[in-house]
Design a protein around this ligand. Structure first.
Ligand SMILES: Cc1cc2nc3c(=O)[nH]c(=O)nc-3n(C[C@H](O)[C@H](O)[C@H](O)COP(=O)(O)O)c2cc1C
Length: 152
């Protein structure tokens, strides 16, 4: 089973709701899970072997919410890379914006630069398509949990 840190980026709470559902599902699957609402670089040692699950909405004009922005900026300065860590990504956005789901794209680019290994395909939840982001994320996180276990 994996040790997982869920990193939350939210303005109005939708991404937090999704993150809390993921926490519950992943714990039920036997993983050891910590949910970080205001993640900081101190929470994530450079040599971590944990798995990070980024769960973020997009705000402003394609921006990362403040609750996650601090960590994003801190990680930009982080060297060396973190090749022992894995990650998954859930992005909430709204396709009526030109900058649809950009916050997730920014996080993915950074984590790739830091050499984390991605597990599974990222999930993008479009507020134009669903009013129930947790319902969309639930089957995704169950499959993601299986992938984590298989690739451990
Ligand atoms: C002020 C504002 C700006 C937004 N900007 C974007 C954006 O640039 N791109 C996008 O895909 N979605 C954008 N959204 C949509 C949100 O990402 C979406 O509603 C999401 O579900 C909000 O999640 P949260 O409650 O966790 O913040 C914006 C929403 C608001 C209210």
């Amino acid at each position: 089973m994996a040790k997982i840190q869920i990193l939350v980026g939210t303005v109005y709470g939708n991404a937090l709701d999704v993150a809390e559902m993921c926490l519950q599902q992943l714990e039920q699957k036997g993983h050891e899970v910590e949910l970080l609402r205001q993640p900081d670089i101190e929470d994530i040692p450079a040599d971590t072997t944990d798995t990070l699950l980024v769960c973020t909405s997009t705000t402003g004009q394609g921006e990362i919410p403040d609750s996650l922005l601090k960590l994003y900026c801190q990680l930009q300065d982080r060297l060396p890379a973190m090749p022992h860590a894995r990650y998954g990504l859930i992005t909430l956005g709204d396709s009526s914006y030109d900058t649809f789901a950009e916050a997730g794209a920014l996080m993915e680019a950074l984590l790739e630069e830091l050499k984390l290994q991605r597990v599974g395909s990222p999930l993008v939840i479009d507020a134009c398509e669903t009013m129930a982001p947790c319902e969309e994320a639930e089957p995704w996180v169950i499959s993601w949990s299986d992938l984590l276990t298989e690739s451990a």
